[in-house]
Design a protein around this ligand. Sequence first.
Ligand code: HEM
Length: 467
Amino acid sequence: MTSPTLESPRPRAEAARRPPGPPPRAAGALGRLRYGLNFLLDPFGFVGGRFQRYGDVYFVDAEGGAQPGLYVLRHPAHFEEVLVDKARSFDKGHSAFELLSELLGHGLLTTDDEVWRRQRRLVQPAFSKQRLEGYAAQMVAEADAEARRVRAGEPLDVSRAMMEMTLRIVCRTLFGYDSSGDAEPVRRSLAALQSSLTGVALALPLPSFLSPQARRMKRARAELDRIIYGLIDARRPREPHDDLLQRLVDAVDEDGSTLTREEVRDQLVTLFLAGHETTSNALTWTLHLLAEHPEEEARLFAELDEVLGGRLPTAADLPRLVYTDRVFTEAMRLYPPVYVVSRRAREDVQIGGWSIPRGSELALWIWHAHRDPRFWDEPWAFRPDRFAPGADAGRPRLAYAPFGAGARACIGKVFAQMEGVLSLATLSSRWRLRSTGAHVELSPRVTLSPRGGLRLVPERRGGPANE
Ligand code: HEM
């Protein structure tokens, strides 16, 4: 492996310079459209090509210099500077978040400063170690229910099955709610959100009365609100419910005020959306990789048979499901559900020796760090043992960052890892999912999923028949 080094340090006089980058794109809608289409066709290749040409940091001039530009990053040391060391110089006022805020309101993911700090304080207890262990049984129960729905030989729409399973898990664990009746409207509103955030929508925003995407987004929001307000209104203060929703309804701030109905709504929608599609995609990609890699699949099965011997897993099994954990971790390296993280500079700041003026936007390409040959041998290969103890010697910490880093790192990281490992253990104890041989393409939208979904053919391994 090549040693992970930064580009050689620049002399002081150069530090004030702007990094290299493509020629300024044409101002106006046409320039944005051309850029949007190129990006949309193959975002990873498009951005990867520019990194190859310009180095670890490049600059995209927006609107012929009329707007602060975009700085595009891929080096883990630069991620560390932005997300950890100089995190206070950045906020989430990025244009991508403005669109997201339309649906999410002012929840944990999209707010900053004191509003965010107060929210994180209120929500964090729901993710304590003790709570998480309590969620394990519910996660396994939902994964087991999913495994029982599978039929041998009938091609399984894995993307859809994982989406429904993770939706039920997040509803049950965080809101104590059986979502079976509302899964369809939630899925529709998510699909609308996704299509409203495609490259074209970002490249060519239209006034909302002209844009079918904006109209779809509005409908999606109304549908989701109906579900969420229904949940909130069903709760009364200090009822004996032990879940996040009850904690938010009961929360009293230092000045004695409580959260408004809207504030509770924004928090729930954020956790609802952030908390299931990401894990669903991580599991879908994991099952795809296993179907393509029989040796790694056989090792996984051997571990599950040895540790579980056909029974359902519990939280107590987690320390022994070592290879299962590595499989899920490596799948998120190759297919990080959140493949790019965005920030805006709230003041002039230096990153990697480059000057970044206040107001500039930054895109941190997790995908490219995860596949950078300077940090990973044969980065395209699926090798769960990369995450064996000691195997990461010399690798910069944020060469692997599927959950982000710093104060704004994913609040659901341990929840998601546990959900991934327990669900995988439950499903793979019973089923082997075989590839259909169809080519799988990437669909990078808000999160990274297989284009058109993923179909695999189930073959029974063990457990009760699903009759
Ligand atoms: C494999 C699954 C998941 C992945 C890959 C993932 C990834 C991420 C990433 C990269 C961030 C940081 C974004 C940034 O810095 O701008 C983030 C933040 C967040 N995630 Fe996750 N996430 C996952 C699962 C979950 C789950 C299960 C929940 C909740 C149940 C959740 C809730 C959140 C929230 C609320 C934030 C914002 C935290 C803050 O700013 O304080 N995520 N996630």
